[in-house]
Design a protein around this ligand. Structure first.
Ligand code: ARG
Ligand code: ASP
Length: 729
């Protein structure tokens, strides 16, 4: 494109000196010095950018750990003690739980290191350094290249950069695009694979309020759990082994006992997963008016069925707790997102920005000539056309993925078995045997938490929706043909017949088949009615939807890259941070309440008295452990109280998203003050339209965590390992 080229960093550095922002942005730790340090210090921070991110000495970043590549966690002792959310460690806690030893229900505290529980597959990733590799990655890339040519050139460069990067043993290299592909950063990482469970409160603390309180303030959840990273004798990553030793970190976070006050500086350091802050208004409208309602509808149905089964039976509740929470989480978020966008006129705000953009673009283009579709003033019209065209394909994708890929459990298993069949046919017996071995490992975990009767009800319900709502006929016809072939009277009958006949609904039957000669086993699997149905649906989807959808998506991505670049260049006096992409970021703001509606004002801190207010004996969401009630009665808070009251959660204006769960909230001096775990209801739309007036992140107060470990669980040996400080005294 014809805009004058400037390095983004240069542009950004130049504009930040004059800008003040309260809360918005997820900043790159290695650029804080150039972009944010002054602003952060004005807001009260006493650290330097070098204290936060340094490649030469231990800095805060060395205590921040990507937990299982999804959540964040932080090191809080010299012996690799790792703090994260209860909901981040949930499936590990669940995997160690049985009806007899129910750690979800009762909590768990290892008495000493020998009692800490191994979690095969769980990873903890540290960042060694981050480098700007934009020049090398975009070498030889020109504006006349087609998106395909461009990507091919970039792919070659990426390989070259990776192979030329010097790393030590155990280090890995990863490169990610930022600003929609206008800039590239390289991350050198180290991943530990022996991460053990050290302790967790019971669900009645760690998940207090459950789905009713999820995404809601005021909140009273002690959403934390504790793990430990183990290393080999050289402090390097090693898979679980009895003689592994606790990891010695370059830095760990001291914990402040002085607590927080409204207006205090705070910073959240972690791995936000994904935001879409720079979508055009048409895309936002489509998401909230068309796509999210479809996904909400699918999950509404599934959650009702699974929820009823869970309430009727404790064993089912245990099996489905984690899966249910995951499905419920975004179901609720999408509902909140729509409401938040409406109350803040998010789409209107975007449209006003777009009008401004258009005016600036036209002004800029005066007396210049552009090739077709290359003038920035045409980008918005191009977006509108592309998004309109994409709508029915995206809708089909969402129905298809939500129904067959997520909510009907057996369909996922069917997909894996189709792959097994193909592998045998294409690559022969050795490939088949090796894939079968891996599949078998997965299936052990799957069947432990699977009830065919529950899944069958979900199937009957969602398959009907699939037939009725799918915007293309092909997939619905596939379904109807199979119903006819099997002689099903209706959807319930169809489900009953399939679940009765299929091998996949019985682990025993499937295992018998696994034991047979490959020829015979593959023939049986290929004849399985659920595998057949799933394969036929995927085939129809692959023909009808995938090609056009990915073609349109490629065009949209290309346009989004050019639009991002134009935005940055046309608004040189504004601040633009890159969308979250699962890489390490720093957000900062202040401890702050908010006013969501007329005459309603929220205070920023909750207390244990609020837990007791919400207490409903024996309720599955709001029960409170007797021991906690007792501590409350006696006001037995140790050193952790604030003027005689026990703080539980607090909120602030730190910009966060999914993946920031488990991130430390850090004070002006670099100490831990809280643990991030959620956002407030009115601000859940922050991923597509951050609004500083009502977007707040929710954190557990570090003092509540210490109180639960020490007074509630009696695990004071862990407290002794930590470094407790009084920065305010
Ligand atoms: N909403 C938070 C986040 O997105 C917490 C989720 C915990 N799950 C739940 N269903 N309560 O992860
Ligand atoms: N609860 C989210 C997480 O798990 C955080 C958020 O979306 O605010 O990462």
């Amino acid at each position: 494109m014809n805009l004058p080229f400037k390095s983004l960093v240069f542009v950004l550095a130049f504009l930040f000196t004059s800008t003040v922002f309260a809360g918005e942005g997820m900043w790159l730790p290695q650029l804080l010095k150039a972009l944010n340090e002054g602003d952060m210090q004005t807001m009260g921070m006493k650290l330097t950018a070098e204290d936060i991110y340094s490649v030469n000495k231990g800095s805060l970043k060395d205590a921040i750990v990507h937990f299982n590549r999804g959540c964040t966690s932080e090191i809080i002792s010299a012996k690799g003690l790792l703090l994260t959310n209860h909901h981040c460690g949930y499936s590990q806690i669940q995997s160690h739980s049985t009806l007899e030893k129910n750690y979800l229900k009762d909590g768990f505290w290892a008495k000493d290191r020998s009692g800490e529980l191994a979690n095969p597959g769980l990873t903890a990733t540290l960042i060694a350094r981050i480098d700007d590799v934009t020049k090398a990655v975009l070498k030889g890339v020109t504006d006349d290249m087609s998106p395909k040519e461009r990507q091919a050139a970039i792919d070659i460069n990426l390989e070259a950069v990776k192979s030329h990067t010097n790393v030590e043993a155990h280090q890995e290299v990863m490169i990610r695009p930022f600003y929609k592909g206008n800039q590239y950063f390289l991350f050198v990482t180290v991943t530990y694979t022996d991460v053990r469970l050290v302790g967790t409160p019971p669900e009645s603390i760690g998940k207090f309020g459950s789905d009713t309180d999820n995404w809601v303030w005021p909140r009273h959840t002690g959403d934390f759990s504790i793990f430990r990273i183990y290393a080999n004798k050289d402090n390097m990553p090693a898979d679980y082994a009895e003689d592994n030793v606790p990891y010695t970190p370059k830095h760990f976070l001291p914990i402040s006992l002085d607590g927080i006050e409204e207006g205090d500086f705070s910073m959240v350091f972690g791995f936000p997963g994904r935001t879409d802050q720079y979508l055009p208004s048409f895309a936002v409208e489509q998401i909230v008016d068309v796509l999210n309602p479809a996904r909400i509808e699918v999950r509404d149905h599934a959650l009702k069925i699974v929820g009823a089964a869970m309430r009727a039976d404790e064993a089912t509740r245990l099996q489905y707790a984690s899966k249910f929470a995951r499905i419920a989480n975004y179901w609720k978020k999408w509902i909140g997102e729509k409401q938040g966008l409406e109350t803040t006129d998010g789409v209107g705000r975007k449209k006003r920005f777009e009008a401004e953009y258009l005016a600036k673009a036209k002004e800029f283009e005066k007396n210049k000539r552009y090739k077709e579709n290359m003038a920035p003033s045409t980008y918005l019209d191009q977006f509108e056309k592309l998004y309109k065209e994409r709508e029915s394909y995206a809708l089909a994708r969402d129905y298809h993925n939500e129904i067959t890929g997520r909510n009907i459990e057996v369909m996922q298993v069917a997909g894996y078995h189709q792959r097994l069949i193909d592998m045998y046919k294409e690559s022969g017996e050795p490939a088949y045997t090796s894939f079968k071995g891996r599949l078998n490992g997965f299936l052990q975990g799957f069947y432990k938490n699977y009830q065919p009767s529950v899944d069958q009800k979900v199937f009957a319900d969602l398959i009907q929706m699939y037939v009725e709502k799918m915007p293309f006929d092909e997939m619905a016809s596939v379904m109807k043909n199979q119903m006819g072939a099997i002689g099903a009277k209706d959807y319930n009958d169809f489900a009953a017949k399939l679940y009765e006949k299929s091998l996949l609904t019985s682990q025993d039957m499937l295992m018998v088949t696994y034991g047979e000669e490959p020829d015979k086993a593959v023939a049986k699997l290929a004849d399985d009615p659920i595998i057949k149905l799933n394969t036929a649906l995927n085939k129809a989807y692959g023909e009808q939807v995938t090609p056009k959808l990915s073609e349109l998506q490629d065009q949209i991505n290309e346009l989004q890259r050019k639009y991002m670049k134009a935005i940055i260049e046309l608004f040189p006096d504004r601040s633009f941070y890159p969308d979250a992409n699962g890489t390490m970021r720093v957000s900062y703001g202040k401890i702050n309440g908010y006013q969501p509606r007329d005459a309603v004002s929220y205070l920023p801190v909750t207390y244990l008295s609020g837990v007791v207010e919400k207490y409903v004996p024996d309720d599955y969401e709001f029960d409170v452990p007797a021991k906690l009630l007792e501590l409350y009665e006696k006001k037995d808070y140790g050193d952790y109280a604030d003027n005689g009251k026990m703080p539980v959660c607090f909120i602030g204006s730190n910009h966060t998203t999914g993946g920031n769960s488990g991130s430390p909230a850090i004070d002006a001096h670099g100490n831990l003050i809280g643990l991030n775990f959620d956002r407030v209801w009115e601000g859940t739309m922050s991923d597509i339209n951050y609004d500083k007036s009502i977007c707040r992140n929710i954190m557990v107060d570090a003092r509540y965590i210490l109180f639960i470990i020490d007074k509630f669980a009696g695990a004071d040996h862990l407290i002794k390992e930590m470094k407790l400080v009084h920065p305010k005294k």
